[in-house]
Design a protein around this ligand. Structure first.
Ligand code: ADP
Ligand code: MG
Length: 307
């Protein structure tokens, strides 16, 4: 390829331009990206048109080099782009590839709401989920996602992941939510004991209503660590009961994770309230909704938190 910058530099030298500027423009035309662009459009460009491009080319290369040196005054993530449109050189300031990737990622993240759960769960993925000993849970998760994405408006039973502390229940829920988020599905992971405390602390105020409404209506709800606290009749009947009732009626996907099996959840958590009163019928009603909404999968394995 001919050295277009050099050739054009000669052309410029014949004008009464300030020597210093001429030198800088010449350097700008020598930029490989500029040369490639000119080569691509050489047949459609007259020398006169090339000459008129000097200030655009100079602007482009100057800004590009400032960016490289970390001296750019552009908005973070933006970069200059030189193009030829209708025989005219144009410099546009466009988001970089990296910025586009970051934006896309932020968009995916925004589809998973975490309530009192660590941000690190945003990194959880099914691809990284170590399956050994947890085949059943991994298969059920994959199956759910596939069916949900095929018919998002039909009812799909969620999972009730039970198993001891540290086997990866929360991790798996987050991995499912992240996978759904990549497919534009919105979900919410709620640490249930913290949610209950939050509600109790603002009982009688109007602050609770919007939160309960959001949890009720989110397309995919995951109640994490249910059974880990002491339940009051109010949380059981007027919060949990109401949320699950709504989700059953509206056929919305609902997941649970618990250290307790479904059987234990009924007997040890839902039946006796925090004042020690046994309310088996009310407990039974909640349990019917849990069983309707989710299928129990027992996860076994070592406690990964000790590693
Ligand atoms: P659980 O909710 O059952 O108590 P967690 O989901 O909190 O357990 O998992 C415990 C720890 O192990 C967390 O730090 C989590 O990031 C990690 N972990 C769990 N399962 C996996 C997995 N399959 N692959 C990679 N890391 C995992
Ligand atoms: Mg957990």
């Amino acid at each position: 390829m001919k050295d277009i910058g050099k050739e054009f530099g000669k052309e410029l030298a014949s004008h009464h331009w300030n020597e210093n500027y001429r030198q800088l423009v010449k350097q700008a035309f020598a930029d490989p990206e500029v040369q490639a662009l000119i080569a691509k459009h050489r047949s459609e460009l007259t020398n006169e048109e090339l000459k008129r491009s000097a200030s655009k080319v100079y602007e482009f290369v100057t800004i590009k080099n400032q960016l490289k040196r970390g001296e750019s005054t552009l908005a973070p993530g933006y970069e200059p782009k030189l193009s030829v449109v209708n025989h005219t050189f144009e410099v546009a300031y466009v988001p970089s590839q990296q910025l586009l990737v970051e934006r896309k990622l932020a968009e995916v993240h925004s589809r998973v709401k975490l309530l009192n759960l660590p941000k690190s769960l945003r990194q959880a993925s099914l691809a990284d989920f170590e399956i050994a000993g947890r085949e059943q849970a991994a298969n059920a998760a994959t199956e759910f996602i596939q069916q949900y994405l095929t018919t998002p408006h039909e009812f799909h039973q969620g999972l009730y992941l039970s198993g001891s502390f540290g086997v990866g229940k929360t991790y798996l829920l987050a991995a499912i939510a992240n996978q759904l988020a990549a497919e534009n599905i919105i979900s919410m992971l709620v640490h249930f004991p913290s949610f209950a405390v939050k509600l109790k602390n603002s009982i009688g105020t109007s602050q609770n209503t919007p939160l309960i409404e959001t949890v009720k209506k989110v397309p995919v709800l995951m109640l994490d660590d249910i059974g880990a606290d002491q339940l009051s009749s109010w949380i059981r009947d007027d919060v949990l009961g109401v949320i699950l009732q709504y989700r059953m009626q509206e056929q919305l996907a609902t997941f649970f994770s618990s250290n307790l099996s479904q059987q234990q959840l009924l007997g040890e958590y839902l039946t006796v309230n925090n004042r020690g009163e046994a309310e088996p019928l009310k407990a039974q009603r909640i349990m019917e909704r849990v069983r309707y909404l989710s299928r129990e999968i027992v996860m076994i394995g070592q406690n990964r938190r000790r590693q």
